[in-house]
Design a protein around this ligand. Structure first.
Ligand SMILES: Cc1cc2nc3c(=O)[nH]c(=O)nc-3n(C[C@H](O)[C@H](O)[C@H](O)COP(=O)(O)O)c2cc1C
Ligand SMILES: [Mn+2]
Length: 502
C-alpha cells in the first residue's frame, strides 16, 4: 500500500473504510454546508461528499482530514509520528561504516532523489480546458463559510508560484476570495513564501492553483518549509512517488497532473483589493485588508471534477489535523537544530500560533530560557505567543499534567519571561498588527544551580507496591474501568475531548 494517488483513489479508500458519506440532498454552499460540516467535525464524524450543491454541477468534498484516523490513512501510516520517523531516518544519516550501512544509506539517498517531481505530457487535470469567457468561477460550488464573510472563498487551494530570481517553485495554501467570475483576492500573509515571490517580481507574476489533489500533496501545500524547498518535493518524499506535473496551458508553470481542477492566471504587482472579512481559524473574523488580485486566464479540469473545500472557524475544525500533521512531521527537523527538545505540542485550541508546550532535557541554568528563544527563532514557530517549557518526563500532550507543572513549579516573579517579537498576521490581540508581546513560562524543576532552594522530590509509589496492587486488584473487588490509578494524573477522554487536547 501507498498513500492514495489522487483524490478519487482517496475518496474510494475513505468509502471502503466507512469514512465517507455521500450526501445527495441539495445543499446550499452559502452557510448551510458550514453548519453541517461544523457539527460533523466536532462529533468526529466522516468526510462528506455533497453530490448536489445548489448552483453547481460539481460535487464538493469536505472534512477529508477531520480525524486522526483519516489523517493517518492519508499518509498510509499507523501514526503521524511514523510519518515523522521516515524523515528522521534521512535527517540523521551518518557516514556509513560497513557495506550494509552503505547500501542502506544509498537507499535513503535514492528516496530523496526519487522525491523530485516528474514532468508528464498528458494529464487528467487537463481533460477539459476552458479559456476566455468559458473560464468562469461561477461553475464551482465555492462556499460562503460564515455569515459576516465578504464573499465566497476558495478554502483548500494549492497555490503555485516561482521565485523570479532563483526559479524555485513554491506551493502554499492561501484562501482566495471570489471577486467575480474571473478574479479573486490572494491572501498571501506577510510571513509567507508566496508573498515573497510576489514581492520579488517586477510587474506581473504568473500563478496556478491546484484544487482536488491526493491528500499528501494537498497537505504539503500547508507545510511550513523553508522557502528554498519545493513543497512538491516533500509530497513526493512522503508519498514515496514523485508528484507528476504537466505544463499549464496559459502560464509558464507546471501543475499537478492528478488535480481535479486547475486555475491559471496572473497577479499584477500594483493591483490590490480589500480582502475580507473572513471567519478565520482564530475563531474570529479577520477584518478587511488590502491583498493582491488574481486574474483568471484558464480553468482546466478532469471530467466530472470534484471540488475540495474546508471550513475554518472556532477550533476544533478540520484544519486541526493538518496542523497536527505538521507538528509531528516537523519534530525531527526541530530536534536537528535544538536537540535538547524531547517533544512539543501546539494545542488546537490555541490556533497553533498562540501556544507551544515544549519538553526538554534540562542540563544547565537558563536552559528553559534558551529553548524559548530557540522557538522564537525557528521558522513559523517564531510567531508563537506563549511558550511553556517542562521537563523531559512531562507528557506535553496531557494538558492537565502541563497545568499541574505550571502551577506547581512556577514562581511568576522568577520564571516568567516577557519579551516582544513578530506575531501572526491574523492575531487580533496585539495593539498593533504583526508585532507584540510574548510570554515564556519555565515550568521545569530548578535547584541551587539556579539560585533556588533544593527542589522537593515528586511523589511516586514504589514499583513493588504498584506491582503488588496490580497483582491483587481483582481481589479488592473495586471496578474502575480502564482508569485504575497508577499515580498519574488522568482526564476524561471522549473523542471531542481528545481532539481538543491533541
Ligand atoms: C486550511 C488552511 C488555510 C490557510 N489559509 C491561509 C491563508 O489564507 N493565507 C496564508 O498566508 N496562509 C494560510 N494558511 C497557512 C499556509 O498554508 C502555511 O503557512 C504554508 O506554510 C504557506 O506556505 P509557504 O510557507 O510556502 O508560504 C492556511 C493553512 C490551512 C491549513
Ligand atoms: Mn514554501
Amino acid at each position: 500500500m501507498a498513500p492514495p494517488a489522487d483524490l478519487r483513489a482517496w475518496i474510494a479508500l475513505l468509502e471502503r473504510e466507512g469514512e465517507l458519506i455521500r450526501v445527495t440532498a441539495e445543499v446550499d454552499p452559502e452557510l448551510e454546508i458550514t453548519e453541517i460540516t461544523d457539527r460533523t467535525v466536532k462529533a468526529g464524524g466522516p468526510a462528506l461528499l455533497f453530490e448536489n450543491v445548489k448552483g453547481s454541477q460539481h460535487p464538493l468534498l469536505i472534512n477529508q482530514f477531520g480525524t486522526e484516523r483519516r489523517m493517518c490513512m492519508a499518509f498510509d501510516a499507523p501514526s503521524l509520528d511514523a510519518v515523522a520517523t521516515k524523515l528522521t531516518d534521512v535527517l540523521e544519516m551518518q557516514p556509513p561504516s560497513g557495506l550494509v550501512d552503505k547500501v542502506r544509506g544509498l537507499q535513503k539517498l535514492k528516496s530523496i532523489a526519487d522525491s523530485r517531481p516528474k514532468t508528464v505530457r498528458r494529464a487528467a487535470s487537463q481533460e477539459i480546458v476552458l479559456e476566455g469567457d468559458d473560464a468562469s468561477l461561477d461553475l464551482l460550488p465555492i462556499q460562503t463559510c460564515w455569515p459576516e464573510d465578504a464573499a465566497p472563498f476558495i478554502t483548500l487551494p494549492a497555490v503555485i508560484t516561482s521565485d523570479p530570481h532563483t526559479g524555485t517553485r513554491n506551493v502554499g495554501m492561501y484562501r482566495m476570495q471570489k471577486l467575480g467570475p474571473r478574479s479573486t483576492a490572494m491572501h498571501w500573509q506577510i510571513h509567507k513564501d508566496g508573498r515573497a515571490d510576489y514581492l520579488a517580481t517586477d510587474g506581473r507574476i504568473e500563478v496556478a492553483v491546484a484544487l482536488g489533489l491526493d491528500p499528501v500533496t494537498a497537505y504539503s501545500a500547508s507545510a511550513p518549509l523553508p522557502k528554498h524547498i519545493d513543497e512538491f518535493m516533500l509530497a513526493g518524499f512522503l508519498r514515496g512517488e514523485p508528484v507528476e506535473l504537466v505544463q499549464a496551458k496559459t502560464v509558464d508553470l507546471e501543475v499537478p497532473a492528478n488535480a481535479e481542477i486547475v486555475l491559471e492566471g496572473y497577479i499584477d504587482k500594483d493591483e490590490l483589493t480589500e480582502e475580507g472579512p473572513f471567519g478565520d481559524h482564530t475563531g474570529y473574523y479577520t477584518p478587511a485588508e488590502p491583498f493582491p488580485v488574481f486574474r483568471l486566464t484558464a480553468i482546466t479540469m478532469r471530467r466530472n471534477a470534484i471540488y475540495p473545500s474546508i471550513v475554518v472557524g472556532k477550533p476544533p475544525q478540520e484544519d486541526a489535523w493538518l496542523g497536527k500533521a505538521t507538528e509531528r512531521i516537523f519534530l525531527p527537523a526541530i530536534k536537528m537544530t535544538v536537540p535538547e527538545i524531547v517533544d512539543y505540542d501546539l494545542p488546537v485550541a490555541g490556533a497553533f500560533h498562540n501556544c507551544c508546550i515544549v519538553s526538554i532535557r534540562k542540563a544547565f541554568p537558563g536552559h528553559a530560557q534558551k529553548v524559548m528563544h530557540a522557538i522564537w527563532g525557528l521558522g513559523m514557530l517564531s510567531l508563537t505567543k506563549a511558550v511553556v517549557i517542562v521537563d523531559e518526563w512531562v507528557d506535553v500532550h496531557d494538558y492537565e499534567e502541563v497545568m499541574f507543572r505550571v502551577g506547581a513549579n512556577v514562581d511568576p516573579a522568577r520564571d516568567v519571561l516577557l519579551t516582544e517579537g513578530p506575531l501572526d498576521h491574523l492575531d487580533h490581540a496585539p495593539t498593533r498588527q504583526f508585532y507584540g508581546g510574548k510570554i515564556g513560562i519555565d515550568a521545569t524543576h530548578k535547584g541551587p544551580g539556579e539560585g533556588t532552594r533544593e527542589w522537593p522530590p515528586e511523589i511516586e509509589m514504589t514499583p513493588e507496591v504498584q506491582a503488588l496492587v496490580d497483582r491483587r486488584w481483582q481481589e479488592y473487588g473495586i471496578s474502575l474501568g480502564t482508569s485504575a490509578g497508577n499515580g498519574r494524573i488522568r482526564q476524561s477522554s471522549g473523542p471531542l475531548r481528545r481532539l481538543i487536547r491533541r
